[in-house]
Design a protein around this ligand. Structure first.
Ligand SMILES: [Zn+2]
Length: 280
């Protein structure tokens, strides 16, 4: 029961308030009822590798065991990539190398694993970068190449520059805000095409960033991120006031793709989500 091709964008380290103040194009789509907008509370710890696992398997650290950035091994959970492969759907990712380590192979070999094409792997087509300063523009160009060449049913795009600049200059800096602005401009160049081609599109972040240039704790700057949801499955206006738990994103992606969520995933109703033309 395949439903819709889905693109999931994760802008690493982008906190909610800066997503609202700096993402002019995305918020334009919200103002014109072409995107739903939710506030998402990240799982803990508010760290990258644990939250990649949350976003892609729908399980918390206490279950999946990815409790720190330094835990380098394949995931022992069933990810969205695995579920896609089981149903014969095509997968692709342009992402930081930790995503390859979680789902394709660990540890990452920079000379062997940067570009991967293996239809037997959970991520069949991958362009993985391994420097935090690898330009976001190149990540999106890599992703667009994968989309046009391999026509994936599930495309995962994950950029790092916002997080990198946040660590260097803190969340309260012109550099951090400027990097969010630059990511918005990249999305403004690609989203019109993706929307015209009928994709379901989710744009979110793993975690935010605080005024010290850190994340990992429980502060709202570190935990609160945006979820922009675009496509036939989302009815606006959305729920800007309520908080959607991050653990609910993976099963939501499953439903967009027509996949049965795993037993380990908690299905959490998303306000305004539409299935078979019925508002749930
Ligand atoms: Zn970080």
């Amino acid at each position: 029961m395949f439903l819709g091709k889905t693109i999931m964008v994760v802008l690493d380290g982008l906190r909610y308030d800066v997503a609202i103040s700096e993402m002019g194009y995305l918020n334009h789509l919200v103002e014109h009822s072409k995107s739903a907008l939710y506030k998402v509370k990240s799982e803990l710890p508010s760290l990258s590798r644990p939250l990649y696992e949350v976003l892609l398997t729908g399980t918390p650290s206490s279950i999946n065991g990815i409790t720190a950035n330094k835990i380098v091994r394949l995931s022992n959970q069933t990810s969205i990539f695995h579920l896609c492969r089981k149903e014969g759907l095509t997968t692709a990712a342009a992402a930081y190398y930790w995503v390859s380590e979680l789902y394709n192979s660990a540890p990452f070999n920079v000379f062997k694993d940067r570009l991967q094409h293996d239809v037997e792997k959970p991520i069949q087509h991958g362009a993985f970068y391994f420097e935090d300063t690898y330009p976001d523009s190149h990540v999106f160009a890599d992703a667009e190449h994968l989309r046009k060449t391999y026509d994936p049913d599930f495309l995962y795009i994950h950029s790092m520059n916002i997080d990198d600049v946040g660590h260097k200059y803190t969340s309260n800096s012109k550099e951090y805000r400027g990097q969010a602005n630059a990511a918005d401009s990249l999305l403004a160049q690609l989203l019109p095409t993706w929307m015209a081609e009928g994709y379901e599109i989710l744009i979110t972040s793993d975690h935010g960033m605080n005024e010290d240039g850190h994340h990992g704790g429980t502060g709202s700057g570190e935990r609160d991120v945006a979820l922009f949801a675009i496509g036939e499955s989302f009815r606006t206006p959305s729920n800007k006031e309520g908080i959607f738990p991050q653990i609910g994103i993976a099963p939501l992606v499953c439903r967009l793709l027509g996949l049965h969520p795993t037993e380990a995933m908690n299905q959490i109703p998303l306000p305004g989500f539409v299935k078979n033309n019925q508002l749930e």
